[in-house]
Write a protein of this length. Structure first.
Length: 277
């Protein structure tokens, strides 16, 4: 029985199959080897399902499940959770890369600090040209840190499975499909659980121009609702309603300008080539 279940939701990755294979390879190449990788194809309309079946056939620790239609990442991750056998659940996105010691260091943390329900980490920021910056997160976020932004890089977290099940997993509401990670972690904190960020960039998180352009006005409105409900549960809404509207305000900034702001904030330069990634 593996100690760690890595869960990955995948949708329409045929055109980015090289990226998908690198994400899977980054799990296979971990220094910590007591894991299983559960991949859920969330109703892809291209040849992703066939590609995943081929990939999973090469390693018995890779397990495939699939949905007949697209339900969203929250639904797919819940499917993975129900199939998971591990004590810990490590979230992984299909276009990111876990550095070799990610699982080893996160397992050691959760084994050593039972007071924490989850552990995340800092993240290298990358695009098709390579790594362009590093996002450094607060080591021990509190509930107030949810006002400005999600204080964890979601695909970097490892969570105790028993906690995830007590919270009934991710919301499957259509109105939270672009913010189900935010909703889940605010609900976790509202229930009295806490998390910590290892102060090392143990993942490479993909953020490029496409990341900004796929955020529709509707999805930003939905995030406003998620924020309002989450802040209310956390008891931090009073006097902070301006943060509820942040997604709409940020959405008014052109994608190119937002890109430049992020590059300045995270201290990198676009085009920092690294052939490994």
């Amino acid at each position: 029985m593996p100690k760690v279940s890595v869960i990955m939701a995948v949708y329409n990755m045929e055109k980015n199959v090289r990226i998908l294979k690198k994400a899977v390879a980054s799990v296979i190449n971990q220094t910590y080897q007591d894991w299983e990788l559960i991949i859920c194809d969330d109703g892809s309309t291209d040849h992703t399902l066939q590609i995943l079946r081929h990939i999973s056939s090469k390693d018995e620790r890779l397990h495939m499940i699939s949905c007949s239609q697209n339900h969203g990442a929250g639904y797919a991750r819940n499917m993975c959770m129900r199939a998971a056998r591990g004590k810990y659940l490590a979230v992984m996105d299909a276009d990111d890369i876990s550095k070799p010691q990610r699982l080893e260091k996160q397992v050691r943390f959760l084994d050593s600090y039972p007071q924490y329900a989850l552990v995340g980490c800092n993240a290298g920021m990358m695009d098709s040209c390579g790594v362009w910056g590093v996002r450094i997160l607060k080591e021990r976020p509190d509930k107030m840190d949810f006002l400005r932004t999600l204080p964890f890089v979601h695909p970097s977290i490892m969570i105790r499975k028993e906690v995830a099940f007590k919270l009934h997993g991710y919301t499957q509401a259509m109105t939270a499909r672009r913010a189900e990670d935010y909703e889940f972690l605010m609900r976790l904190y509202a229930a009295g659980y806490r998390g910590c960020n290892i102060q090392e960039p143990l993942i490479l998180y993909r953020e490029d121009m496409q990341s900004y352009r796929k955020r529709t006005y509707r999805s930003r409105l939905d995030e406003c609702r998620v924020r309002c409900q989450g802040f209310l549960k956390l008891g931090i809404l009073k006097g902070n309603f301006r943060y509820v509207l942040k997604p709409i305000i940020v959405g008014m900034v052109p994608a190119g300008m937002m890109r430049r702001i992020k590059i300045r904030r995270y201290g990198g330069s676009i085009g920092g080539n690294d052939d490994r990634y």
